[in-house]
Design a protein around this ligand. Structure first.
Ligand code: C2E
Ligand code: MG
Ligand code: MG
Ligand code: MG
Length: 289
């Protein structure tokens, strides 16, 4: 199975690799058309405090392909990043999340923060903070109701420039969370220099709580460190009451996971906002204290 490429000689591809490339191209084309035709959707997953009150929702990208069915973000985002589509797509996510949150507020629902995932490629754009300012202006959302989630990978390339970018964002009044904390390069050397507000502990630590070598000491250390630095701390991927009570006991202040709620369509998220309190947490908090 051979293909010739622009006179640079013959390269050999396995049929499987070639198929993967075709699928990727196809997906890219479908995504580009979805971006133009309103084919993407956002779902919202609540973040609760220890009393079960909904403090925030995380916006998560959803895409249903006409024939492939639901395509998870773990496939969408790498394709979007490789093709640079992540920039317009990320802008759409940001605008839609802010628009939706403002609309909820105008409808009289209890106000919450919306957390938006930002790709390192988006963040690296010189004009990113300007885009954020524009979106806030256009949608009328106050900056205190927007949080930007980014992984440690955003600071890997150029620490000084990343810090400046974060400072520009902080000046707008939005908050910044480090997502999937503990899974990236995790150089503690940079953390105390960044103008961030919150750490989100990666869900792999929740899953490893019950392993023979439990992740508990690490979880505890992350929570203590966050507290000592004056940062908030969110536990993600909380699925069981045991995980919840353990985190609660150690002083984690926000909780996100299937135990409280799966990501919800915008319509269904209203129910969670109106309920204001996702029951499970309150009971568990009482047990833990
Ligand atoms: P993330 O930002 O860490 O988002 C949390 C992921 O964990 C979501 O997966 C969510 O559905 C899932 N999750 C939440 N609670 C639980 C739980 O209790 N158990 C388990 N097993 N999973 C849980 P999702 O929606 O598939 O998104 C995966 C990743 O894709 C996100 O991870 C984020 O890195 C990326 N992503 C999603 N939407 C966007 C977006 O709009 N822009 C960018 N740049 N990335 C996005
Ligand atoms: Mg996230
Ligand atoms: Mg995460
Ligand atoms: Mg994660």
């Amino acid at each position: 199975y051979e293909a010739k490429f622009g006179g640079h000689g013959t390269r050999v591809f396995s049929p499987a690799l070639n198929q993967a490339t075709i699928d990727r191209r196809e997906l890219e084309v479908e995504m580009a058309s979805a971006l133009e035709n309103g084919g993407f959707e956002l779902h919202y997953q609540p973040q609760c405090d220890a009393d079960g009150r909904v403090a925030a929702v995380e916006a998560l990208l959803r895409f249903t392909h006409p024939t492939l069915g639901v395509v998870p973000p773990s496939r969408l985002i790498p394709v979007a990043e490789e093709s640079q589509m992540i920039v317009p797509l990320g802008n759409w996510v940001l605008r839609e999340a802010c628009r939706q949150n403002r609309q909820w507020q105008l409808e009289g629902h209890p106000p919450v923060r919306v957390a938006v995932n930002i790709s390192a490629i988006q963040f690296a754009r010189q004009d990113f903070a300007e885009r954020v300012a524009e979106v806030l202006e256009e949608t009328g959302l106050l900056p205190e109701f927007l949080e930007l989630e980014m992984t440690e990978s955003v600071v890997v390339k150029d620490f000084a420039e990343s810090t400046r970018q974060m400072e520009r964002l902080k000046r707008l009044g939005v908050s910044i969370a480090i997502d999937d904390f503990g899974t990236g390069y995790s150089s503690l050397n940079y953390l105390h220099r960044l103008p961030i507000d919150r750490l989100k502990i990666d869900r792999s630590f929740m899953q490893a709580l019950n392993e023979p070598n439990s992740s508990l000491p690490i979880l505890e250390a992350i929570i203590n460190m966050a507290q000592n630095m004056g940062l908030g701390v969110v536990g993600e991927g909380i699925e069981t009451t045991e995980q919840m009570s353990m985190l609660c006991l150690k002083g984690c202040d926000l909780f996100q996971g299937y135990l409280f709620s799966r990501p919800l369509s915008a319509d269904r998220a209203i129910t969670a906002l109106q309920a204001g309190n996702l029951g499970a947490a309150k009971k568990i908090a009482a047990v833990a204290s």
